[in-house]
Every structure is written in structure tokens, then in C-alpha cells.
Design a protein around this ligand. Sequence first.
Ligand code: HPA
Ligand code: MG
Length: 216
Amino acid sequence: MDPSQWIDVTVDKNHYSLDHFVIPNHYEQDVSSILIPHGVIMDRVQKLARLIVDQNDGPLVVCCILKGGHQYFADLVNCIKKLTTAHGQSVPLSLEFIRVKSYQNDQSVGVNISLTENELKDFEGKNILIVEDIIDTGKTMVALLERLQTYKPKTVKVTSLLIKKTERSNGYIPHYVGFAIPDAFVVGYALDYNEHFRDLDHICVISEHGKKAYAV
Ligand code: HPA
Ligand code: MG
């Protein structure tokens, strides 16, 4: 996707104050600002679904990258199900799940992909759409794509709700991106910090208090 097509929330420093929206009170000390309110996420997911359906041809294997991708995956699949192409065709979907783990505290600790050979064999000859929560360094996605290619899918496209603008990026850009975000650690909408904050609806910047409270 061309960067002109995604929403850049790094441009103006207009993060929302915690007072402007409802935050579960168990997280009040642990986030410093709201970067993307839940309603804006939902509206953007609708548009991404529209773009994906408009550019799709035939059945699609939608592949969720667990755990962080699950909320975006669920909302995106819901939107895609309700849409049809310009020719009135709905998109036949099948759903797959891949577990990837690469972060401890706010540091990348190398990529660990759990996939059974049986799951991978199902990809042969299929159009795959990978659904990820965030592209940070890009290392996880490049490693995953390499691994998938050995199973000969027909096409592989990637959508990530977020892409982080960071000097540590390897330059990887997905086909469909929701928002570009600043180089800060974000949580909420299923993005976690050591498994916490997945139960927060908005995408927020974690506070120093939050990093300490949930460090391992
Ligand atoms: N938040 C949550 N998970 C992540 C992030 C982030 O900022 N970057 C990579 N994985
Ligand atoms: Mg994660």
C-alpha cells in the first residue's frame, strides 16, 4: 500500500487525553494517552475490508496471527462477510490461525512461529490473506512469509492494522495498512504488553507506570 493511503497518526501530536474516553479503571495509571479510539478503529476496518474485497478474486484463506491479531481479524472478517464485489459476488472465506511470539516486555526477542505441517499443507494453491496487528521491525512478517512460500500458496497478501515508524524497520510494507503510528509501545485492541491490555478497546500508549507494573 502506498503510504498516502494510510492514516498517519504520527503527524500531529494530537493524542487524546484519558479523560475524553472511557478506560477500564484497572488501567488508568498504565496508559499515558489514547492514540486511536475504538470507534475510529472500527470505521477504518470497514474501509480496509472494502479495499480487500475490491481487489480480491475468488476464495480467500484469511489467516489470523495470534494472539495480537485476533481482534482485528474478527472485526475484519465480520466486515468482509457483509460485502460483495462490484459484480455482486460475495467472497468465500476459510479461516486459519498461526501463533507467533516475538516480544517480551517492550523488546523483540526473536521470532517463534508455531505452525503444524498439516496446517501449512492447506495453503497450497490458495489465495492467502495474512492478518496482523502491527508491523514493527518487520522481522516477524518477513520470517513468516519466507516460511509460507515453501508451501506454494497461489498468492499471499498481508494486512496489518498498524505500522510503526521506527528506525529499526527493515522496510517491509504490507498490502493493506490501517494506521502509521509513532515509535512508542502501544497496547489495546488485542495488542499486549506481556499478555496484559488485550482487554482494552482503544489503542493506547503504555505509560512508564504500566511498563513497570506488568514487567516480567
Ligand atoms: N505493542 C504491542 N505489541 C507489539 C508492539 C507494540 O508496540 N510492537 C511489536 N509488537
Ligand atoms: Mg504481541
